[in-house]
Design a protein around this ligand. Structure first.
Ligand SMILES: Nc1nc2c(ncn2[C@@H]2O[C@H](COP(=O)(O)OP(=O)(O)OP(=O)(O)O)[C@@H](O)[C@H]2O)c(=O)[nH]1
Length: 304
């Protein structure tokens, strides 16, 4: 059975660790075993002390998951999958992380059969948002991105502002992300049912929806090659793809080669690298309004 993955996003100090503690507790009450992947901008983690000793915890220190140690994130995910027994993984990113970059790692072809991405929960500090003019345009952009890509927005620290102002902020957040619900909380006191329900997903192994950024209708599908393919024919297939496919990554089993090619494709640019070891022959395709069946049939048609 696939392990569910939730991503906690939100700017520094918004309340991610506060929510994490409550979320972990609720999972345990439901009889589920959680695991946590956390990263901190500094060299030592502070928040990890907040996680009980019986919960498997991986830390990514000295950098933000998305910009400096994306590869490390993948290896930590792999290690968790190999060594730990858990049902649900909660990833708490630093407040300075772009959520979609992290989702990109979770959707790695290495984990296609093991992880089921449930969604991004973004926490917004109401007081901070009201006073956001103090931040640089770059930080403001990041905060907006975290909001835009959320599947659920938690407007936290409601105790710090009058109701009228909170109402105006809810309206602003809703304008930024019409598809997500906005919940108003104190100390991230949110009904966990809301979190568990946050993403509707297809559970099919080879054909799954990653509910990232619903407002952008970003979806993903995974193809697992059962047979080898011819590289020239694959390139021909690639050339015919619509421009709404932004990202493809995975391993291509190539006719005449013992080990697969690592394949990366980003906004039209393909990249191939021969591997020296056996890898799972999964290919993840991410884009807007994907015609999944057509894509998967096209790939199947390339197999010899
Ligand atoms: N007044 C008030 N304080 C809150 C609320 N929620 C959290 N806090 C406090 O805000 C501070 C930051 O909360 P955290 O949960 O550590 O925030 P975080 O997003 O994990 O912070 P970083 O790890 O630095 O990004 C803590 O002192 C919390 O106790 C709230 O609703 N109201």
């Amino acid at each position: 059975m696939k392990k569910e993955v939730y991503l906690l996003s939100g700017f520094l100090g918004s309340g991610k660790t506060t929510l994490l503690k409550k979320f972990l507790l609720s999972l345990k009450v439901k009889g589920l075993k959680p695991a946590v992947l956390m990263n901190e901008l500094g060299k030592t983690s502070i928040d990890s002390n907040e996680v009980d000793d019986d919960t498997p915890l991986k830390e990514l220190l000295d950098g933000c998951i998305c910009c400096t140690i994306q590869e490390k994130l993948e290896s930590q995910l792999q290690e968790l999958l190999l060594k730990e027994d858990f049902d649900v993984l909660v990833i708490e990113t630093t407040g300075a992380a772009h959520p979609v970059e992290v989702v990109d790692s979770v959707l790695s072809p290495l984990f296609a059969q093991h992880l089921s991405f449930k969604g991004i929960i973004t926490i917004v500090d109401a007081f901070q948002w009201k006073n956001r003019d103090q931040f640089s345009p770059q930080i403001l952009h990041l905060m907006r991105e975290q909001i835009r890509h959320a599947n659920l927005i938690i407007l936290n620290k409601a105790d710090l502002l009058p109701e009228m102002e909170l109402g105006a902020i809810v309206f602003e957040l809703q304008q930024l992300n019409e598809a997500s619900r906005v919940l108003l909380t104190n100390y991230c006191d949110v009904s966990m049912t809301e979190i568990h329900q946050l993403v509707r997903e297809e559970r099919d192994v080879n054909h799954r929806k990653a509910s990232i950024g619903k407002q952008l209708s970003l979806t993903a599908c995974v193809h697992t090659f059962e047979n080898k393919i011819n590289l020239e024919e694959f390139e021909e297939w690639l050339r015919k793809l619509p421009s709404t496919i932004y990202r493809i990554k995975g391993y291509l089993p190539v006719v005449g080669k013992k080990y697969p090619y690592l394949f990366q494709y980003s906004y039209g640019m393909p990249y191939y690298m021969p591997e020296q070891i056996k890898m799972p022959a999964n290919l993840v395709i991410i884009g807007e309004n994907l015609h999944k069946q057509e894509i998967l049939e096209g790939l199947k048609g390339l197999e010899k």
